[in-house]
Design a protein around this ligand. Structure first.
Ligand code: NI
Length: 222
């Protein structure tokens, strides 16, 4: 009896040890793609998210995000943030091989744009790939055409993409997956609302529904 208790106790300690080890390995792996930039974490988001306490433009300046970029749009045209000057922007980062999160979020963005109607005319929806190696201009074009007609897809060199990901503190890490042409990418899935001067207005986590976001945007009277 005493021996058995002993084994149970050591097994529990062993499992705790393994769990802690896995946690650290996971965290280490999670940082492999960024160069010392702190990825946006859920802890950062409450200040800027669409929670009831946050009123119009309250998020402005609370998180320093965004900035200039140099990319190529889905028609092959070189663009910078200046090409969208004067527009609000709804921005989402992802990759065209993504089986679940990206299609869901881009469907949501499509629904938001449709629901906003006239108010949506001031907003430019943008999709930026985190996987420029596979998402060339052609792949991006085919992909964005499945969603809202005004959605613009953006790609670039690895360096250009890293720069814009860092500017928006996007987390993305490759995970080997033979079924998905070699790899998958785990990535953060926030939708950013930026104002015409490229200041952050709000960050919407994936749990926000299209109607949550529509109501939030309408409440802000852009
Ligand atoms: Ni995705």
């Amino acid at each position: 009896m005493a021996m058995r208790k002993h084994i149970v106790r050591w097994s529990i300690l062993f499992l705790i040890g393994v769990s802690i080890g896995l946690l650290f390995t996971y965290r280490e792996a999670g940082n492999s793609l960024d160069d010392g930039i702190t990825p946006l974490s859920p802890d950062d988001v409450p200040a800027a998210t669409v929670s009831k306490e946050v009123k119009s433009h309250a998020a402005r300046g609370t998180i320093n995000l965004g900035g200039p970029f140099s990319l190529t749009d889905h028609n092959g045209k070189a663009v910078t943030e200046k090409d969208y000057a004067g527009s609000y922007k709804l921005l989402f980062f992802g990759f065209t091989f993504c089986p679940m999160v990206c299609p869901t979020e881009l469907q949501k963005m499509t629904l938001i744009m449709n629901e906003l109607g006239e108010a949506g005319a001031k907003i430019q929806p943008l999709f930026i790939t985190v996987d420029p190696e596979r998402d060339d201009v052609e792949a991006i074009k085919i992909y964005v055409e499945q969603f809202h007609p005004r959605l613009i897809g953006l790609t670039g060199t690895r360096e250009q993409i890293d720069d814009v990901m860092n500017a928006y503190r996007v987390y993305a890490t490759k995970v080997e997956n033979e079924m998905m042409d070699g790899y998958m990418i785990n990535h953060s899935a926030y939708t950013y609302l930026m104002d015409p001067e490229d200041e952050l207005i709000a960050i919407y986590p994936a749990k926000d529904t299209a109607m949550d976001i529509v109501n939030d945007i309408k409440g802000r009277a852009l």
